[in-house]
Design a protein around this ligand. Sequence first.
Ligand SMILES: C[S@@+](CC[C@H](N)C(=O)[O-])C[C@H]1O[C@@H](n2cnc3c(N)ncnc32)[C@H](O)[C@@H]1O
Length: 389
Amino acid sequence: MNSDLSSGQESTVRAAVDWDAEAATFDDEPDHGLRDPDVRDAWAGRMKEWLPSARSHILDIGCGTGSLSLLAAEQGHRVTGVDLSPRMAERARAKLAGHDAEILVGDAAAPPVGDRRFDVVLVRHVLWALSDPEPVLRHWCGLLRQGGRLVLVEGVWGEKSPVGIPAHRLADMLAPLAARVHTERLSGDARLWGRAVHDERYAVVATFADPRTAARHTEVVDVHLILRRGDEVLLARRAGTGYADGLLHAPSGHVEDGEDVRTAVIREAHEEVGLDLAPDDLRAALVMQHRGPGGQPRIGWFFEAEYGAGGEPVNREPDKCSGLSWHPLAALPDDMVAYCRAGLDAYRAGHRFVLHWHEDGDAIAYEPGGVSRALALGETRADGGDLRG
Ligand SMILES: C[S@@+](CC[C@H](N)C(=O)[O-])C[C@H]1O[C@@H](n2cnc3c(N)ncnc32)[C@H](O)[C@@H]1O
């Protein structure tokens, strides 16, 4: 597919693409052919993060000319590629020659792999082209071995008449199927595309519980930075992320596998607002278990740091944040993510452990005068513990 879709052709491309005809020039796009070493390295780095470190069997569905299959094979994995287009498959076979790989012609909805099962089902830029993705996703889950994972790279291309699947929709489709769904934004990394892009591009890694651990409950852990400048606190306005866009939120993010919460907040502070914080700059301020409307519970750690530590905050992710601003902690704005607002209110009131449990149908945004979902644990406040949020 042409990564530069931007005209009225977009709405019809889904039905119209003749992939056999595309095969000859498909690799001319930087992110397709990976001919530029910088682009290739950028994808190789991501693949290393998404694929298991142990040698695994990867099923690359809609493998096209086999560029990602080749990266996987070069990283020591065994690869089975499947594509509906014989011309694409032919090119993939040539590209993978000499590697532990086979390329089959077949439909993504029912790849011709018999009863073979895989450690990873890898699919880049294919799901958007399928008319009914949900049953196909279920089928792909059934092709995984116990403890396997889906790695899906998708996007919404074009700005005038965009085509594709927004990240939040794909995450919603996977939530009932997977033990954990992790979304990674890719638009901000120009190296992946060979140029800056402004539309939505992302990867979703969905993991499925190993039967030995399936019965154990697991939760996503997120970290938040309370950057204090005297009586004020720094907030970031979310934009273009598919979650809580337009609302103010503390700089925050998910803890990654194998990372402790303090390292995670240092990393997030660097990635989002350009601060180079040292561990000693941070103090754990509050822990909140929170659940969004209709969502899964998460553990949120809030760390405080003083303005000046780590440098001057700047908006380093303009594709996810429209601006940074300082606000008095005692008079926070209303247009905030509700649980974050509740966390900051609780922090100001001196609470350290808080539950914030939305009911299905609640708004993600803070509602002035609305029902408070915040509950301070193990602490009694003189005013009865009503934490707005
Ligand atoms: C945009 S290309 C992506 C190729 C490759 N995954 C990559 O990222 O370089 C889409 C590929 O999906 C294949 N494709 C489209 N519909 C398919 C289907 N129903 N079953 C299998 N492959 C399909 C096309 O032939 C094409 O090779």
